[in-house]
Every structure is written in C-alpha cells, then in structure tokens.
Design a protein around this ligand. Structure first.
Ligand SMILES: [Zn+2]
Ligand SMILES: [Zn+2]
Length: 145
C-alpha cells in the first residue's frame, strides 16, 4: 500500500513539474492560440483553454481504467493525476479565478501567495514574456505582500 501511495505522490508532484513546463513551453508556445483564451477573457463560462484540463482528465481516466484490473501502477498514476487535477481546479478555477463563487477569501498565507503568483502570471496578455508558470510551487517573493 505504501508503494501505491508513493506512486500517487510522485504522479502529483510530477504533474506540477510537467504542467509548469507544458504551460511555459507549449501553451505559451505553439498552442498559445488556445491558451490565449484564458489570458484574454471572454464572457462565456467555458474557454477553449479548458481543452487542456479535459485532455489530461481523459488520459488519467484511461490510465485508471487500464490499471483497474490488478490495480497496477497505471491505476495509481491515474489517481495521482486526477488528484492533481482536482486540486488544480479548486485552487485555480474556483479560488483564484472564481468561476464558481465558492471560496472567496482565505487567511492562509500559502493560498494568498498562490493567488498573488498566479495574478502575476495573468498580468501578461501576450505569449511572451511571462512569469510563474507553475501553480502550487511558487517563488519566494510572492510570500511577502
Ligand atoms: Zn498562461
Ligand atoms: Zn489562470
């Protein structure tokens, strides 16, 4: 069991690293036309950028299904990605962007710093340059007001 939890944890941390990389070099690169819909806000609830979450969700679901017979590593990697996706959705879509009006404020310094870091990312509306591409692992400077 401990190994499975370790796989979940590694997948979770791996997703933060991977998504930071993917965000910086792919979304703010060749796929900027899609990601742009998240930086330049339209009025609708959905944005074309949601396609990324859907794709990662589909890959994770597939891994869970493929690994569900013997609960092998694919199952746990899928669980790790889904957990990351859920945290990402709550922090990024609900807490920071308030797509659903649920969590308005937080006294947690970490969450305040996260929001500050991501708002700094959104201060840029062009493909390049930019800053703070990761979500949960943020630079030190955002911790102080
Ligand atoms: Zn971006
Ligand atoms: Zn955002």
């Amino acid at each position: 069991m401990i190994w499975n939890l370790l796989i979940v944890l590694c997948a979770f941390i791996g997703m933060e690293l991977f998504s930071g990389f993917f965000h910086k070099y792919i979304m703010h690169g060749i796929l900027w036309r899609i990601h742009k819909t998240h930086h330049v806000h339209g009025k609708g609830f959905f944005e074309l950028n949601d396609i990324f979450s859907l794709t990662f969700g589909a890959i994770a679901t597939l891994l869970v299904l493929l690994g569900s017979e013997g609960f092998d590593w694919r199952f746990w990697v899928g669980i790790g990605i889904i957990t990351y996706g859920a945290v990402y959705f709550v922090v990024h879509d609900i807490f920071i962007h308030r797509r659903i009006k649920w969590i308005e404020h937080s006294n947690l310094r970490y969450l305040q710093a996260l929001r500050r870091a991501h708002k700094a990312h959104h201060a840029y509306t062009e493909c390049n340059p930019g800053e703070e591409y990761g979500l949960l692992w943020i630079g030190k400077k955002y911790w102080s007001k």
